[in-house]
Ligand binder design. Sequence first.
Ligand code: SAH
Length: 256
Amino acid sequence: MQAKKRFGQNFLTDKKILEDLVSLINVSNQDKFLEIGPGKGDLTENLISLCDAYFGVEVDKDLLVFLRNKFPENKKAFINGDILKLHPSKIYSSNKFRVVGNIPYNISSPILDWCEKYYEKIHDIHFMLQKEFALRCAGSEVTSSYGRLSVICNYLYEVTILKEVSKDFFNPIPKVDSLFVRFSPKKKEIDQKELSSLKQVTRALFNKKRKKISNSLEDVLQKESFNKLDLNLNLRPDELSLGEYLQISSLVKDDG
Ligand code: SAH
């Protein structure tokens, strides 16, 4: 079966790497999994026998037929569709579940948005990601990868880079290297107001990435709020910590 570019198909078949990934995921027989894009089922095979429950959502109908043939005992575990349109109550009505996937890199951001939408239902997330994207998710201040995505990911999750996987292990070989990353939710539930202020502030400040924050703060705060800030206004957006972003965000709420 030819890999389909439009579905971001780069399969991972190396046995040793797959074993490493599964051991990093640390599967227990209590776990319920959702796999995004099981593809030809190589990661699936290493997971499905170890966990309590498994669902895989695969957009490619041809691969769905392949998967159902490969796992005849688990035919119902494979759902044909777009992960971005899946409501989790279709798979696990009340239980929290773990999300895994060697995901299509072209929709990494929307997939993270999907995870944010169902944050309270998700126990943790393990994704294979394009290296640069993964570094942005995990970035901390004053590193070159630090940006809006880092602040938001850092707010929601403990982000841990677990393993680098060279492009040579994928088939077909992609142009980019990959990192396997864990996202562990930091909170029980999302404070939507706080998150939306944080998004507003990070958008405004990182839009003017090279400017001192004194220039862009005006876009989100009233002037009167400036003197309530306990921070140096000469800093640039990539020098502020998550805590400092939250400090600014809390004043946006006051203003609103
Ligand atoms: N996990 C597999 C395949 C990775 S490639 C492996 O490790 O071998 C990405 C997979 O995601 C492909 O199987 C592709 O068909 C699937 N996919 C692409 N877009 C998707 C979407 N919107 N929803 C669900 N699956 C998708």
